[in-house]
Write a protein that binds this ligand. Structure first.
Ligand SMILES: Cc1cc2nc3c(=O)[nH]c(=O)nc-3n(C[C@H](O)[C@H](O)[C@H](O)COP(=O)(O)OP(=O)(O)OC[C@H]3O[C@@H](n4cnc5c(N)ncnc54)[C@H](O)[C@@H]3O)c2cc1C
Length: 803
């Protein structure tokens, strides 16, 4: 509100000033200068054009005292601009002193943080930091497609990242326990590390055995003292002499304590992360070598393994591992001795790929299954004589489930396509990890609400409860979500994706001072022009609601491209102001940086939605879902930018930013109820959009598969709806049909000649199937007593077919 008032005052003041200094010509002059800034000219090009414009304006503009003062000010400004173009002068007067302050503002960075920052590549995330993203980069990327073999198998044979993701999504639509079990050996585990960094010997021994399932891997990083701050592991590997298979060799003595390790209880080989030391300098180099990864066979003397944790009553294999004075040869280090100390780099490099695939795919598969089941259930379950999915309140929830699932699927598949194109997108991997698993959590909650008691009572007939229980695991692993949102997404993005910050940091830290000043000067002034341009772009696009911004496509989605460009400019401007005002302290202001991270993520996810829609051939039927998804994301981006400004410490700067970012206030609105109604209709009916949304889930019709049975019932519901209507109109309303339950009604309708014998049989069969699906399990109290005392094994037995 305050920002809008300030903007209004500014506009009134400007209008008044303009009338005082010569009306239309002045307006034209200001518009031309703003246009130059909007088009982002270089400093020299801007100054030259500004000179020409100012000369013309001086000749053509009005005379008089106010106009004279105003023009004098502009000529002074121009002189300042020309001085800024004299590099030696500006280096001396501005760059050198600023560089000193800048160095003080820079956050301190440990080696592990540097390695994390350097890992992976910058992809579409980098474009979103520019304020003027080049859509051709995203839209020209090849749509990910399954090969014929991949499509037929939907399962390790040099599959693409996209196929890998589809396989996990499909498994997860049936069993979260199985999909976590499959994900670990195929993601950030020993196989991935060996593939990239292993010696030839290690690869030829382990890879075939891992691929055939003869070795079961796990990867042990986390311990009781190092969870989120994983680089602080206290586990050690000390270089020393020892005896290995009867020979004295130089090896490593390992002492470690790890917990929460997935597959550990059944693993045959442990990927172990520890800190390596060489106190006696037996290897000749440093004493503190750094984090190192090695492969330790399970049966190595000193290793204690096999006990299990019991994660939320879900029976997947997870447990602690300890090692006491475990002696192994240096050859056990992944990549051999030359990779000693490179463990953290290896982990973060591979994380950027694995984190894009495993958890996002599992969460998406589960969401697809949930929306598939919920859409059908809401159609076949009636209350108040109406399918529950037709009540507005339920529709809104189903619409959210469908919209979020579309976003998750788009983000997963388009980003997997980028990996197949050679990217290792580290910032998007954090965005996907956080947002896709959080959306999965929302979808799981919504599915439970729509199913009511059916979702709550555990037992073989409950197809939701176990998936709901396991949700916090996805939230916690591979970078717990609070940490990922508050520290990683923006913290990494701001440095990695920003077009100038990394260059400026490198220049400021350059030990060759002269070269550093030269590089810093170039980056700094380009950065200043960039920020001014973003401020102007943000203001103009906010005023015009981005109506005149160029979009790469025509049609109903064009507006979303325009709004993303607008938010990109506002975001880039806000980021620069925040970094300038707070410097390294921004890292500690987690709530501010998390909001900026949310804005970045919303723009990224909305771009993924648009690209996915293009990849799927711009299907008109999907438009309500695409619109809901983009609108929700951009609305959230707006609200998070507002939250950022509301909490920004320097109120004066916040006010100035608000005037340039929200000159008309927050005018972007969330999806409306009409759109939600359309979306729900796509999901509670057997539409092609519903099938596309849940593509690749396991919905084969078989007696033990609820997803197949629900679809069968949904098809019958639609097919038999005219008969039910006939009974209502010709039977219930005329008093010929008075029974309260469907079997009685069918019987009376048959007797009254309203339906034929065949039609009555079809209706009875449908009612039987519906009752089968809405039934829940009950147990003898003694059975429940046994469950209460459950070990993981007994819980596994009781829940294997529903997990
Ligand atoms: C089921 C399961 C399977 C797992 N599998 C493996 C495995 O196979 N291998 C392996 O090595 N590890 C594994 N983990 C460990 C997992 O990666 C860690 O649990 C995770 O890193 C968080 O550590 P923590 O549980 O000790 O939480 P803590 O580090 O104690 O954190 C507690 C909370 O504080 C938040 N937090 C911490 N620091 C910050 C910050 N700076 N800003 C904001 N929030 C912050 C965290 O996000 C979290 O919400 C597994 C864990 C589970 C539960």
């Amino acid at each position: 509100m305050l920002g809008a008032i300030v903007s209004l005052l500014l506009v009134v003041a400007a209008a008044y000033a303009v009338t005082q200094v010569g009306g239309v010509i002045t307006l034209l002059f200001i518009a031309a200068v703003l246009f130059l800034a909007y088009r982002r000219l270089s400093l020299l090009a801007f100054t030259t054009t500004f000179t020409v414009l100012l000369a013309a304006y001086t000749v053509l503009g009005a005379g008089g005292a106010p106009a004279g003062i105003w023009k004098g000010f502009l000529w002074l400004l121009l002189a300042g601009l020309w001085l800024l173009n004299v590099r030696p002068l500006r280096k001396q007067l501005i760059t050198r002193p600023f560089m000193k302050t800048y160095l003080k503002l820079l956050p301190t960075m440990s080696q592990t943080e540097k390695e994390a920052l350097d890992a992976g590549t910058v992809w579409w995330d980098g474009e979103l930091f520019t304020g003027a993203p080049r859509w051709s980069k995203l839209l020209s990327a090849k749509a990910p497609k399954l090969s014929a073999a991949e499509a037929a198998f939907l399962g390790g044979l040099e599959f693409s990242a996209y196929a890998h993701s589809c396989v996990l999504a499909k498994i997860s639509s049936r069993s979260a326990t199985t999909s976590s079990t499959v994900a670990v050996p195929n993601s950030l585990g020993p196989a991935e590390l060996l593939n990239h960094y292993g010696t030839e010997e290690q690869k030829s021994y382990y890879l075939p055995r891992l691929a055939r399932g003869e070795e079961v891997p796990c990867f042990a990083l986390t311990g009781p003292r190092a969870g989120s701050d994983a680089s602080s592991i206290p586990d050690t590997g000390v270089v020393c002499r020892g005896t290995w298979q009867g020979r004295e060799i130089i090896g490593l003595k390992l002492n470690f304590s790890k917990r929460y390790i997935t597959l550990a209880p059944v693993a045959t080989v442990i990927g172990l992360a520890f800190r390596m030391f060489d106190p006696e300098k037996l290897l000749g180099g440093k004493t503190d070598i750094g984090i190192t990864c090695a492969l330790i066979p399970r049966n190595t003397p000193g290793v204690t393994i096999g006990r299990r944790h019991f994660p939320l009553n879900v029976p997947f294999q997870n447990g602690p591992i300890q090692g006491r004075d475990v002696f192994v040869p240096l050859d056990f280090i992944i990549g051999g001795s030359k990779m000693a100390g490179s463990g953290w780099r290896m982990l973060v490099e591979q994380l950027s790929v694995g984190r894009c695939i495993s958890l996002p795919s599992n969460a998406t598969g589960a969401a697809k299954a949930a929306v598939w089941a919920t859409g059908a259930y809401a159609r076949i379950r009636s209350q108040f004589n109406t399918p529950v999915g037709r009540f507005e309140g339920v529709e809104a929830v189903i619409a959210r489930m469908a919209g979020l699932t579309y976003i998750m699927d788009a983000a997963r598949s388009v980003t997997a396509g980028a990996i197949d194109g050679g990217e290792k997108p580290s910032v998007p991997s954090a965005m996907l990890k956080y947002h896709v698993t959080e959306m999965g959590r929302q979808v799981a909650n919504d599915a439970m609400d729509v199913h009511g008691g059916k979702g709550i009572c555990l037992g073989p007939r409950n197809y939701l409860g176990r998936g709901y229980q396991i949700v916090p695991v996805a939230i916690t692993v591979e970078g717990a979500n609070l940490l990922t949102r508050n520290l990683i997404i923006f913290g990494q993005g701001a440095v990695r994706c920003h077009p100038f910050v990394l260059r400026e940091m490198a220049a400021a830290r350059n030990p060759d001072r002269a070269a550093g000043v030269e590089e810093f000067d170039g980056a700094l002034f380009a950065h200043i022009c960039f920020s001014i341009s973003n401020a102007v772009r943000s203001f103009i696009m906010a005023l015009t609601h981005a109506r005149f911004t160029r979009a790469p496509v025509e049609g109903p989605t064009a507006r979303y491209y325009q709004h993303i460009v607008r938010f990109s400019a506002s975001f880039a401007f806000a980021v620069d102001v925040a970094m300038l005002a707070l410097g390294g302290y921004l890292k500690k202001k987690e709530s501010l940086s998390a909001r900026l991270g949310d804005v970045l993520s919303c723009m990224y996810l909305a771009s993924m939605v648009l690209k996915h829609h293009e990849n799927q051939g711009r299907l008109e039927e999907d438009l309500p879902i695409v619109e809901w998804a983009c609108r929700s994301l951009l609305y959230h981006a707006q609200e998070q930018l507002h939250g950022f400004l509301r909490n920004f410490g320097n109120r004066l700067l916040a006010l100035a930013m608000r005037a340039l970012i929200f000159p008309r206030g927050r005018v972007y609105s969330a999806p409306d109820d009409r759109l939600g109604h359309k979306l729900a209709g796509l999901v509670i009916n057997p539409t092609e959009a519903r099938e596309r949304l849940s593509q690749y889930i396991y919905w084969t019709l078989e007696p033990t598969n609820p997803l197949g049975l629900l679809q069968e019932a949904l098809l019958l519901a639609v097919q038999l709806e005219p008969l039910e209507k006939r009974i209502r109109v010709e039977g219930v309303k005329t008093g010929k049909v008075t029974a309260l339950d469907p079997p009685g009604r069918i019987q009376q309708a048959l007797a009254a000649g309203i339906v034929s014998e065949t039609e009555a049989a079809a209706l009875r069969e449908y009612d039987r199937k519906v009752m089968e699906l809405i039934h829940v399990d009950d147990f003898d109290p003694r059975e429940l007593g046994a469950l209460a005392a459950a070990t993981p094994e007994s819980a596994a037995r009781s829940s294997a077919h529903v997990a």
